[in-house]
Design a protein around this ligand. Structure first.
Ligand SMILES: NC(=O)c1ccc[n+]([C@@H]2O[C@H](COP(=O)([O-])OP(=O)(O)OC[C@H]3O[C@@H](n4cnc5c(N)ncnc54)[C@H](O)[C@@H]3O)[C@@H](O)[C@H]2O)c1
Ligand SMILES: [Zn+2]
Length: 390
């Protein structure tokens, strides 16, 4: 019999996108958005549609007019395909797939094409759901993210993926690098205290596993974050964003084909806490708690010292985090803690073996493929003891 041929196909695609920091993005004299849209030197007027987090519009209703005035001032190179759209802020826009579907319908009805821009202005949740919709329409429109929370600017907004919640947290989504990320610090001023602090958890997370000097600086600055020190926070945002970008660029697995996901240190329990609380606990609050839980476990295994653990604990607490939630006590009919199912969910999300990141000293990490559940139970009890002790 004649051998059927086997063709070995290999392609590579390189992605490049600017992540830049500015202030007053929509001031008519600010060239950043116009220059970003024109950065490929295509000699034409760029069509765009702008989606804005509803909570921002509630606090600053004039933003829509400022966006429209910006487009009018730059009408030679930009045009708005529709009036500015309001998106339900927070997890609500990720929790109902019908929302992303309505956005996709609108993009198709407006005949947005693969060279048109979808500009998403908002917290990580809005960026995720609009990014999800933009990635599916015509297999990917150009997405310009304008993150407006600390967590959005230092983590969620600078990465390469999007998602909506469907049966599980982030269960539907794609890897889709944005066309550009424009971080405007001025948006951070209107954040409620809780959302102002949320992103500090991600900074501790990435510093603990990658950057000891950054961790030292975070511990020192910690009391300044709940005091709403703007300079301290913008410094944190810029350094943390840069660490996330370095990690995604250099770790060799930007689209997470392997089982390791170091940026999810502390997240297996965090995602479960969010779900168990029906999202009453924010992502950042859950991450701070999950990071401390896994740090307590790491100390019990000798991977970090007791002094290092105490610095993590103090740094997070001084940053304003509660570091305990009663959902951690919830149990199923067999009396097993529901949060521990987070380990199984985490494994299923990534596929393959269980792979959980822990610090090894501060500033370094390794992946564990097994969790000693007795030691994790002890860590959880210690987490509770520490919360009660303050
Ligand atoms: N795609 C990724 O790589 C990635 C990474 C990390 C987190 N995430 C996702 O990001 C989400 C969390 O993001 P988040 O912490 O930004 O929370 P969020 O998007 O829920 O925003 C928090 C709250 O702040 C409001 N808000 C946003 N900007 C505001 C502003 N400037 N002024 C006043 N209010 C404002 C929002 O409406 C919301 O109520 C989660 O869904 C998480 O899963 C995604
Ligand atoms: Zn996170």
């Amino acid at each position: 019999m004649e051998a059927a041929p086997t063709y070995h196909q290999q392609i590579s695609v390189s992605w490049a996108f600017p992540v830049l920091f500015t202030r007053h993005l929509f001031a008519p004299e600010n060239p950043v958005l116009r220059e970003t849209a024109s950065r490929l030197n295509e000699q034409r007027r760029h069509r765009a549609i702008v989606y804005v987090d509803s909570r921002i519009l509630e606090r600053d209703p004039s933003l829509s007019q400022r966006v429209e005035a910006y487009f009018a001032a730059h009408a030679d190179s930009l045009s708005l395909a529709a009036e500015v759209q309001s998106v339900p802020g927070g997890e609500a826009c990720k929790n109902d797939l019908r929302y992303a579907e309505s956005v996709m319908r609108q993009l198709l009805e407006l005949r947005m094409d693969r060279q048109s821009y979808v500009i998403a202005i908002g917290g990580g949740a809005v960026l995720d759901s609009i990014g999800f919709a933009a990635a599916l329409v015509h297999r990917g429109l150009r997405l310009i993210r304008v993150p407006t929370t600390v967590l959005g600017q230092n983590d969620a907004g600078v990465g390469v993926k999007n998602a909506v919640n469907y049966l599980g947290k982030n269960a539907l989504g794609t890897f889709a690098p944005p066309f550009a990320v424009l971080n405007d610090f001025e948006f951070l001023r209107s954040l409620p205290d809780r959302d102002w602090l949320s992103g500090v958890a991600e900074a501790f997370k990435v510093a603990i596993i990658r950057d000891r000097a950054f961790f030292d600086d975070l511990c020192q600055a910690a009391p300044r974050y709940p005091a709403r020190d703007f300079d301290a926070m913008t410094d944190l945002v810029a350094r943390c964003a840069s660490l996330h970008l370095d990690h995604i660029r250099t770790n060799g697995d930007p689209f997470e084909y392997g089982t390791a996901r170091p940026l999810d240190f502390g997240h297996w329990s965090a995602h479960k806490m969010e779900l168990l609380s029906n999202f009453a606990i924010s992502h950042g609050e859950a991450v701070a708690t999950g990071v401390l839980l896994d740090s307590i476990y790491a100390e019990s295994k000798g991977w970090i010292t007791a002094a290092e653990l105490d610095r993590i604990d103090t740094g997070l607490r001084q940053s304003g985090f509660a570091l305990w939630f009663d959902v951690l006590e919830l149990r199923d009919a067999d009396h097993l803690r529901l949060v521990f199912a987070g380990l199984r969910d985490f494994q299923e999300h990534l596929g393959g073996e269980l792979c959980v990141t822990f610090p090894r000293g501060i500033g370094a990490r390794f992946e564990a493929s097994e969790i000693d559940m007795e030691a994790m139970e002890a860590a959880l009890l210690e987490l509770k003891r520490r919360a009660r002790a303050v």
